[in-house]
Design a protein around this ligand. Structure first.
Ligand SMILES: Cc1cc2nc3c(=O)[nH]c(=O)nc-3n(C[C@H](O)[C@H](O)[C@H](O)COP(=O)(O)OP(=O)(O)OC[C@H]3O[C@@H](n4cnc5c(N)ncnc54)[C@H](O)[C@@H]3O)c2cc1C
Length: 305
């Protein structure tokens, strides 16, 4: 538990509504799962992120970074220490030099896609239906329909766990399939510059509509989930392997392998994080038994075990 005296220190640079004690994490994840975090902080600028990290370090409070919570499974016991969440508070999107879009980490990918399209910029269409923030997308090198963050990012400004600002060029980001340098260095991504191309506006909107329709027809968007549960194993598709193993509709508690898309574990009925974990383990076991392929989760497990 956190000593509430820290509130006084935080209030020197944050507004009261940016500081939430005992925050229920199921309200901050697309899975709608997760216990309480001791403290949830909602910064609105890079300077606030620096001060938050410095204050937490001084008080020896560990912290976890969160975006839109669309690729995480938060444990039922919740998160000890602080969660620093990048959301609408920190979501500016701006045009620079006609081809560059500068976005704060909390901006939604959908909003950046629309912004780019409104300025006749092409390259970001693929991201329109990924329900993440800009920060979470860079962290995961999110991708869809042949596009990925790696192809559009020019540079990133991030704050180190010690509270210092660093700038990373594209080549320093170590972007690969669902991987970036931020998965090892613990920095908070704060501002991203995307480099796009001038294109035909109607073709851009058409591509965005096409991707949205394809998603709606294939993915179980009516039930809470964290998207694809597993990483793509080399040479296979996780969903196909799971489907071929006959696991669509398999349930543990309230968690279920989607009947619409076997690659998604969905929260079908008040699932707990342990339901999801147990279902993941069962899917891994059965797929390995039938196909000899090891599935590894793409969803990131966070919180107290
Ligand atoms: C219905 C559905 C469809 C999806 N489709 C796709 C898809 O097509 N392609 C795809 O790639 N993904 C997909 N996803 C997964 C998810 O949306 C992406 O991984 C997204 O990029 C995660 O962003 P987020 O802001 O929600 O990150 P979160 O889930 O909040 O966090 C994910 C990780 O990023 C870290 N992180 C978040 N923000 C920051 C930051 N500012 N600085 C440093 N670290 C940070 C967190 O610590 C965490 O480890 C889908 C998810 C859902 C629910």
């Amino acid at each position: 538990m956190i000593d509430r005296a820290i509130e006084t220190e935080l209030l020197k640079f944050l507004r009261p509504e940016q500081i939430l004690f005992d925050a229920l994490m199921s309200e901050h994840t697309t899975f709608k799962i997760g216990g309480r975090a001791d403290l949830l902080l909602l910064p609105s600028s890079m300077n606030e992120v620096q001060k938050i990290f410095q204050t937490l370090n001084k008080n020896r409070i560990p912290f976890t970074i969160l975006g839109n919570g669309s690729n995480v499974l938060v444990s039922d016991k919740g998160i000890r220490g602080a969660v620093v969440k990048f959301n609408g508070n920190f979501s500016r999107v701006e045009l620079r030099d006609s081809r560059f879009v500068v976005a704060s980490a909390g901006a939604k990918l959908k909003d950046v896609s629309i912004f780019a399209a409104e300025h006749s910029l092409t390259g970001f269409e693929f991201a329109v239906g990924i329900p993440g923030s800009v920060g979470g997308a860079i962290f995961m090198n999110a991708g869809a329909y042949g596009g990925e963050m790696k192809n559009v990012v020019a540079s990133v400004r991030a704050v180190s766990p010690q509270g210092e600002i660093f700038e990373f060029d594209r080549d320093a980001l170590d972007l690969d399939y669902r991987h970036s340098i931020f998965q090892t260095n613990g920095f908070a991504i704060c501002e991203v510059v995307f480099e796009l191309e001038i294109g035909d506006q109607s073709a851009i909107f058409e591509a965005m509509n096409d991707f949205t329709n394809r998603r709606e027809s294939k993915q179980p968007l009516d039930l809470p989930s964290a998207g694809s549960t597993f990483r793509r194993p080399k040479g296979y598709f996780a969903g196909t392997l799971i489907d071929q193993t006959g696991l669509k509709g398999l349930r543990v508690g309230g968690a279920m392998v989607s009947t619409k898309h076997a690659g998604f574990v969905v929260n079908a009925d008040h699932a707990t994080a342990s339901d999801v974990m147990n279902l993941i383990a069962e899917v891994q076991r059965r797929v390995f038994e039938v196909h000899g392929v090891q599935l590894n989760p793409e969803v990131r497990m966070i919180g107290e075990k």
